[in-house]
Design a protein around this ligand. Structure first.
Ligand SMILES: [Zn+2]
Length: 463
C-alpha cells in the first residue's frame, strides 16, 4: 500500500510538472512577420491575387488577407507591389553526387570532397529559390542534420539514401574491372547499392530508412548517359520491386522508380510505385493508370534540349546508339504532357557539382516554361511538387504539420518575393535560356526575399 501511495504521489508530481511545462510553452511568445502590399501567386491559381498581406507566425503561414493588422511586436515588410509566392521545390536532385563524373567520384574523391560539395550544392539550391528538394539518390540524413544545426544553409531535403539497383543497372557505378558483389566507395557511403534478389532489397531499403531516407528510389530501367545499362533494360525483377514497395509501405512511405520504357512504367504503377522518374514514354494509358493509382511523374526537360549532345558522356560512342534509339522512342513525351496534363513535378537531376548545376538549374526552369508555359511549370515547382514530397507520409516526413508549395493559411512559411510576375516572365525566378554558355552568377537578382520555415535567408528588397 505504502509503495502504491508513493507511486501515485510521484505520478501527481510528474503530471503537475508536465502541466506547468505545457502552460509555460503556451505562454512562449510567437514571432510574427507581416508581408504587406504584395501580389500573390499561391501555387495553384493561374492568376495573381493583388494587394494582399501575409502574416507569418513562427514557421507557419497564419493569415492571408487584404488587410491584416500587425500583431504587437511584428516585423512588417513592405513588399512594394512585388509577387509573393511559394518557395520552389525540385522533385529530383542529387546533392551529394557531384564531381567530374561517376568514375571521378568512385576513384578520386573521399567523403570529405563529397560532403563539402554536397553542402555547397545545398547552399546553391537555396540561393536559386528552392526551399525544398527531394533527393533521389545519394543523400542520407546527414545533410538535413547539418542544415538543421545551422552549419550550412540549405533547403528542406527529402533524401532517398542509397539507390536500389542491380548489377549492370543504372545504379551500378563500379569500375569495369570490379567483381560482382565487390563493395564500391559509393556503396560503403550508402549512396548506392547492388542488390541481387528481394532479400537484398529488404536489407538496403530498411537501412535507407534507418539512415534518414523519407522514400526509396529504385533503378527500374537503364539510362542513356550511363555505361552498362541499355535504357530499355528491366533492371529489377517483380519480386525485387514488390519488396521495395512493401518496406516503403511499412514506413507509410512510397517508392519512386527511375523508369523509361512504357511497359516498365505500367508494371511499376501496378506494383505500387507512386512516382515515375523521367517516364519518357509517358502516354494516355500511363496517364490513366497514374490517375487510377494516385501516382505522379517528374521529368527533366534537359533530356529534350538540342544542346544535350554537348554532354561529354553522350559523346562516348558507346552511348551514341542509345541516344538515337531513345530520341526516337521519347518523341511523344512533350505533346502527350501538353495534351493530358498529368500530375507532374519539376526536376533538374543534376550530378555535376555546384558550378555546372547552377547553370542547369536555371536552364531547366527555362525549358519547363518553354515547353509547357509559365503556369504549368510554376505549378510543377510548387503545389504539385508539394503533394509529391508529402507522399512520404505522416511517419518519416520530417515536416508533416502543414503543406509545402502553396501560399495558404496553415502551410509552412516557405516564401519568395520576386520582382515581376513569374506567370508572365519566368526569368524573374532565375530562368536562363543559355545552358553551358551561361555566365556564372551569385543567386538570382530578381528574387528579393527567400524565407524558409519562417526564417529569412535573403532580403535585398531595399536594393
Ligand atoms: Zn536522377
Amino acid at each position: 500500500m505504502k509503495i502504491n501511495k508513493s507511486l501515485s504521489m510521484a505520478l501527481v508530481l510528474v503530471l503537475s510538472i508536465t502541466s506547468i511545462l505545457a502552460q509555460k510553452k503556451k505562454k512562449q511568445k510567437s514571432n510574427y512577420i507581416l508581408f504587406t502590399n504584395v501580389n500573390i501567386f499561391d501555387g495553384t491559381s493561374e492568376t495573381l491575387s493583388n494587394g494582399m498581406s501575409v502574416l507569418i507566425e513562427n514557421n507557419m503561414i497564419n493569415k492571408v488577407s487584404q488587410n491584416i493588422k500587425a500583431p504587437r511586436g511584428a516585423k512588417v515588410i513592405d513588399g512594394q507591389g512585388m509577387t509573393l509566392m511559394p518557395g520552389l521545390i525540385d522533385c529530383h536532385t542529387h546533392l551529394m553526387i557531384n564531381g567530374k563524373g561517376l568514375s571521378d567520384i568512385e576513384n578520386n574523391q573521399t567523403w570529405e570532397d563529397l560532403a563539402l560539395r554536397g553542402g555547397a550544392m545545398a547552399e546553391l539550391y537555396l540561393s536559386e529559390g528552392f526551399t525544398t528538394v527531394r533527393d533521389m539518390g545519394g543523400a542520407n540524413g546527414g545533410l538535413n542534420r547539418a542544415i538543421a544545426e545551422g552549419n550550412i544553409d540549405g533547403p528542406r531535403v527529402y533524401p532517398s539514401a542509397a539507390f536500389i539497383g542491380g548489377r549492370g543497372g543504372h545504379a551500378d557505378f563500379g569500375n569495369y574491372s570490379s567483381k560482382p558483389g565487390q563493395e564500391t566507395q559509393m556503396q560503403r557511403l550508402n549512396m548506392t547499392s547492388e542488390v541481387a534478389g528481394p532479400n537484398d532489397v529488404i536489407m538496403v531499403a530498411r537501412n535507407n530508412f534507418r539512415q534518414g531516407a523519407t522514400q526509396l528510389k529504385i533503378m527500374q530501367t537503364g539510362g542513356v548517359a550511363s555505361l552498362f545499362d541499355p535504357w530499355q533494360l528491366d533492371g529489377m525483377m517483380v519480386a525485387e520491386i514488390k519488396a521495395a514497395v512493401e518496406i516503403a509501405n511499412s514506413y507509410q512511405s512510397y517508392v519512386g522508380a527511375h523508369s523509361y520504357a512504357k511497359k516498365s512504367m505500367m508494371l511499376a504503377l501496378d506494383l505500387g510505385v507512386k512516382t515515375l522518374e523521367h517516364g519518357f514514354m509517358f502516354d494516355e494509358e500511363v496517364n490513366n493508370k497514374m490517375i487510377e493509382k494516385g501516382a505522379y511523374i517528374t521529368t527533366n526537360m534537359t533530356a529534350f534540349s538540342p544542346l544535350l549532345a554537348d554532354i561529354p558522356a553522350l559523346n562516348d560512342p558507346r552511348n551514341q546508339h542509345k541516344l538515337q534509339t531513345a530520341t526516337a522512342a521519347f518523341k511523344n513525351y512533350i505533346p502527350n504532357v501538353k495534351k493530358l496534363k498529368p500530375k507532374r513535378g519539376h526536376q533538374t537531376d543534376c550530378v555535376g557539382g555546384p558550378d555546372a548545376c547552377q547553370k542547369q538549374i536555371a536552364y531547366e526552369k527555362h525549358l519547363g516554361a518553354e515547353f509547357f508555359g509559365n503556369y504549368e511549370t510554376l505549378k510543377a515547382m510548387t503545389s504539385t511538387a508539394g503533394e509529391i514530397v508529402a507522399l512520404s507520409g505522416p511517419v518519416v516526413n520530417p515536416w508533416p504539420n502543414g503543406k509545402l508549395g502553396v501560399i495558404e493559411e496553415g502551410a509552412y512559411a516557405d516564401i519568395l518575393i520576386v520582382k515581376g510576375n513569374p506567370l508572365k516572365d519566368i526569368n524573374v525566378i532565375g530562368a536562363n535560356k543559355e545552358w553551358f554558355k551561361a555566365p556564372k552568377r551569385d543567386g538570382v537578382e530578381t528574387i528579393k526575399i527567400i524565407m524558409k520555415d519562417g526564417v529569412i535567408y535573403k532580403n535585398t528588397l531595399g536594393k
